[in-house]
Design a binder for this molecule. Sequence first.
Ligand code: ADP
Ligand code: MG
Length: 290
Amino acid sequence: MSIIAVVNNKGGVGKTTTSRILAEYYSIVKNERVLALDMDPQANFSNRYLKMEIDPYQQEGRIPPLHSTYDPNSPEDRDWDGRSSIAGIFFGEMVFPYTTYIDTLEIAPSHSSKLLLAEAVIREEVVQKVYDQLSKFLTLDDVKNSYDKIIIDTPPSKGPVTISVVRAATDLLIPSIMEPQPIEGIYGMIHLWKSETLRRPENRPLNLLGVLPNSYDRRGIIHKDHYDSLKNEMPDYVLESKIGRRLIYAEADADGAAPPSIFMYPEKNVARQEVIYACQEIDERMNANV
Ligand SMILES: Nc1ncnc2c1ncn2[C@@H]1O[C@H](COP(=O)(O)OP(=O)(O)O)[C@@H](O)[C@H]1O
Ligand SMILES: [Mg+2]
């Protein structure tokens, strides 16, 4: 089972878009069993697959909807509020993933206020605890036997939640726009990867899948210039494939987008083709590393 963490501490670079693409590629195209985890309090990833609700205690916050298996009249569910999020692992709660419109894709959604609380811990020992919880969850027999891939979307920070995700992951993917600010984020993430690699025993390496250029504008020269110099500097880390800047990716983010997944577009659609190419390159790198 591969645990793919999608990271970059800069916001708006395509973490959530890339997480969606990977989750939908493996579930729809490869027919693998995928579990999506949304570690970002903003809950964008969750929103794509579930009708997230407004947190009654915090207007900007989102909470998961009631779970389909929840029965308020059943004595078994007496101590449960009927909602389950991945943030629950940090508070000793059970995690019950939700089904989605894709048969082979399930999601353990975000919970804004709980994730913000987990992110607020600063002492290393607490970070370690946060990490242990996530690791424990991911190594449960139930989880290991139920899924082929776990795709984790992360918040735009290098805080405890991101670090815990990196510690639990088997593979790391760094989406970035080829512009100065987001590229700074790449250096930070490579640094995080290197220090994590040093911590790990040899039999549990953290594979760097690479840097995926997103929102790439093929007409201008700015993105090409930055791509070329980055590729020159770290040839092994920068992917060949690029995700172009296209309205279709932003549109796919809208509620009720039809079709709901880029992989449901006609085969000759150029966006679909470039995304498939990128996923194939990522998949090859994942398999080469194991
Ligand atoms: N390749 C792309 N082309 C056009 N719009 C994109 C592309 N990738 C992402 N976007 C849009 O940019 C915004 C930020 O992307 P997102 O994936 O949410 O970034 P992050 O998760 O890193 O904050 C979203 O509104 C998304 O729809
Ligand atoms: Mg995001």
